[in-house]
Write a protein that binds this ligand. Structure first.
Ligand code: CIR
Length: 267
């Protein structure tokens, strides 16, 4: 394994892409219909804070222009799954989002090898949880068996492992569970008890605090954990477990069911 592969597998990144917030974000998909309540001005401020947080830990960020045809375009994590040295361009599960992948592929191509999924199945990047070099693919309303199998085959070609996870209660798997390190997961009680996460040697499980279930999506990068603001008990638990955590606002994006990881693709 090369040095940079090893870095990637331990959540050490040097590059990333994000997309500008478009005015159409108020028309983004949202399970509770809250996206119409988004303040675009506040969302832009939050997104700038997020970009600064990523830059401050040494990640060079390329900002893609907003695309008014895609209200959900800022959540570009769903369109690409990164493997060491390869970006798999997904076929997102929501019909209105399928076209988002084209501009993401175009932006990534000069920076990293890209490969499009072509089985006809669907995968949203938000359903892909990576624990070190082990990929867990949640089967959801957006990610189907065919898509997951195709992705697992590509992961296995690269000498890593992939498996599917059945789960309920969230839009995406990583809405409720995310890594803090290659051997620590933060998640809701229910998902941490999922058989997929049992019997993993050396795995530490940190539960989000009661009443703070929306804090399961955090972003571990370069030795730091970005935690959405407004979840003080979960923040305490992450720090008590020995991680350096900083709060980043995600209030506006949460109205459209988006977490911190959704707003970037890092490698
Ligand atoms: C959607 O429903 O597709 C967007 N409003 C939210 C996507 C969030 N993405 C993610 O969890 N990876």
């Amino acid at each position: 394994m090369t040095h940079s592969e090893n870095d990637f597998l331990s959540y050490r990144y040097t590059r990333g892409i994000v997309r500008e917030v478009s005015y159409e974000l108020t028309g983004a998909l949202s399970e509770k219909g809250n996206s119409s309540k988004i303040s675009i001005e506040a969302a832009r401020r939050e997104h700038q804070q997020y970009i600064e947080a990523l830059k401050s830990i040494g990640i060079e960020i390329t900002v893609l222009p907003a695309d008014p045809s895609y209200p959900d375009g800022v959540f570009l994590e769903d369109t690409a799954v990164i493997l060491p040295g390869l970006a798999v361009i997904t076929r997102p599960g929501a019909e209105t989002r399928a076209g988002e992948a084209n501009s993401v592929k175009a932006a990534l191509s000069p920076m990293i090898e890209t490969r499009r999924m072509k089985s006809g199945g669907t995968v949203d990047g938000g359903d892909v949880l990576r624990l070190g070099g082990r990929y867990f693919i949640g089967l959801s309303s957006r990610t189907d068996e065919t898509g997951a199998k195709e992705l697992i085959a590509i992961i296995e070609e690269r000498g890593l492992t992939g498996e599917t996870v059945e789960f309920a209660g969230a839009l995406h798997l990583t809405t409720i569970i995310t890594p803090l390190s290659p051997n620590a997961l933060l998640g809701t009680k229910a998902i941490l008890e999922n058989p997929a996460f049992n019997n993993i040697e050396g795995l530490r499980k940190i539960e989000v605090a009661e009443g703070e279930e929306a804090s399961g999506n955090v972003l571990a990068a370069n030795g730091r954990v970005l935690v959405p603001s407004g979840f003080p008990e979960t923040l305490k638990r992450i720090r008590a477990a020995g991680f350096e955590a900083v709060e980043v606002d995600n209030y506006e994006f949460l109205k459209a069911d988006g977490g911190l990881t959704c707003r970037s693709v890092l490698w």
